[in-house]
Structure formats: structure tokens, C-alpha cells
Write a protein that binds this ligand. Sequence first.
Ligand code: NAD
Length: 340
Amino acid sequence: MSTILVTGGAGFIGANFVYYLLERYPSDRVVCVDSLTYAGNLSTLERALADPRFVFYKQDIRDRAGIDAVFEAEKPDAVVNFAAESHVDRSIESPEIFLETNILGAQVMMDACLAHGNVRFHQVSTDEVYGDLPLDRPDLLFTEDTPLHTSSPYSASKAAADLLTQAYCRTYGLAATISRCSNNYGPYQFPEKFIPLLIANCLADKPLPVYGKGLNVRDWLYVTDHCRAVDLILRRGRIGQVYNIGGHNEMRNIDIARLICRALGKPESLITYVTDRKGHDLRYAIDPEKIHGELGWLPETAFADGIRATVDWYLAHRPWWEAIVSGEYRDYYERMYNDR
Ligand SMILES: NC(=O)c1ccc[n+]([C@@H]2O[C@H](COP(=O)([O-])OP(=O)(O)OC[C@H]3O[C@@H](n4cnc5c(N)ncnc54)[C@H](O)[C@@H]3O)[C@@H](O)[C@H]2O)c1
């Protein structure tokens, strides 16, 4: 039986990864460490909390002593570091917490891995570390060798963590890998992010805010395809390597907004153009050839199916996201733990 420690498991992708592991590996244990920032939602892990193979720690990854105690108690065989401040707009308003969690927090996790017998470490990164590509050069894609060229404090903090991970590999021999994924969508995404925000606003007949003219292009991947890729890298990836993850699925923001209006039977007149984000990256596009060639990974969910499944999920789970919009989700941890 292996024990996998997942940080940031109460967030969007981390929670999907927790469920992926519990479902796919019946003999593995999953330990989740999450400090439950505004983006962490313990109710997302409700089904996992009912599973005896799952343990949750409300724990900040910046806290060395606390992380050390979790390692002592749980003796993980591998760590997957999803925990991060992840919202670009917030990083533009307040960069400091991004540097603390995304860089220093990652360092604490790597130090703990080294101190406990070189525990296998995987750093979850983003294609945003490569900066952006021009809109009129569809032939250009990010490869693992594309120079890092960041645009926001968020992406700069993720790039710094990537470099630190590589330095820990080289200097201390840390058994680490890094993955850089494109934009994810799917169940449990916090409704401040683009796709769930559009769905929630559409359902409430509220304006759908789209930056600039909506021409920015993102390479969208269904979250379960990301989870499967991370799991493959963790188990079969080469130590010290970076793997890009993306689905060759480039979409303009405006086209996504139109698609969601159509899926929910709402008029496109809800779409409202708002002042563009500062330093807004134009286009991201991933070349996933390395992970395909080395590990046989390919995305399994076509965008049309994934977006339909996502819209259906938000329709079927209104209490989940309405509690976030109202702020009520913050009480869940107290109800679960403090009232006992
Ligand atoms: N969302 C995407 O499209 C995308 C794409 C590529 C890579 N990523 C990366 O994947 C990871 C997860 O992204 P997400 O969208 O699920 O983020 P999220 O914001 O939904 O979740 C982040 C989680 O980390 C927790 N957290 C934050 N600071 C913490 C700290 N100091 N200690 C412990 N826990 C802390 C939060 O409580 C939350 O549960 C991030 O590292 C992000 O950079 C995201």
C-alpha cells in the first residue's frame, strides 16, 4: 500500500486528483494537506472524508514544523504539490502571498521530502511560465525547451518554484518531476475562474464579463485528463524532467462565452466586454509530444463532451457553488471539525 500526500487537495484540480487516486488505486492511501484559503473548500472532499483511506490535515505548506509533523505521522511515499495561490488577477493586486506560498511553500515541501528519505516529489506547474504566443502564429507551440518568460506575479512565482525544483534535483538529488499544464476546466472549479463564472452568471441572468475583445486564446483541457497525466508522470516519469500537458484545444474566450450561452439557452447579449487585464497574455498553446511519446498520454475528453459534462455538473451541483458565491462554504470546516 502506498501513501500519496496531495497538497492543495481542497482546491479544484487537487480535489479531482484525490478522487482520481481513490477510485483508481483501491490499495493506496491519500493524505491531503490544505490550509483552506478562500480557494479551498472542504465540502468538495465530502465523499473522500467518508473513505477510511483518506486523511485531511488543515495545514499550511509554509509551516515547516507542521509539515514535518505530517510527514512523521503519515510517512508518505510520494508528494504531489498542487497547493498554490492560483488566480492571476489576485496576484496583480497582492503579489506577496503568491511568492510565499508558491515558492517558499514548495521549498518547505521539498525540504521535507529530502529530510524523510528523499520522498518522490512532483511539482504541478503551469504553461503560464512560458509567457504568451502571438495570435497570428498558430504554428508556434510551447515545448519543454521554450524559455521561461513570465507576465504576471502568479506565473513568475510558479516559474521560480520550477527553477527551485530543478535546483533541488541537481544539488540535493531530490527525486522530482515537474508538469506544466494548460488551462483546466471541469467539476469543482471555484466560480471566480472563467468557465464556472460564465456558467454561474448565465444561470443568474447576470452579465458575462469578457476581457478586452475576448480574442485571447487558451488551450483547454478537461481536469481528469490533467489528473491522469500527473499520475503517469509520478509513477513512470523520468526524474529531473519537465513534461508539458495540453490537449491541442485552442479556443478564444469569446467563443467559450458564446458556447456556454448556447448550452444554457441564454442570449449572447449577456456577454459584456470589460477593461482588459494588465499584461494579459494573448495565446497559450502546448506541444504535448514529450508526454505522449514517453508515457503514451493523450487527452481522452473531447472539448464538446467536457464542456457539456461541466455545464451539467454545475447544474446538478448548485448548492456546491451557491455556497461559494454566498460565502457559506467557509463555515463547512468549523461544522465538520470544531462543532464535534
Ligand atoms: N486551474 C488551472 O487551469 C491550472 C492550470 C495549470 C496548472 N495549475 C496549477 O495547478 C495547481 C492547482 O490549481 P487549482 O486551479 O486547483 O487551484 P485552486 O486555487 O483551486 O486551489 C488551490 C488550493 O491550494 C490551497 N492552498 C493555497 N495556499 C496554501 C498554503 N499556503 N498551504 C496549503 N494549502 C494552500 C487552497 O486552500 C486551495 O485548496 C496550482 O499549483 C496551479 O498553479 C492550474
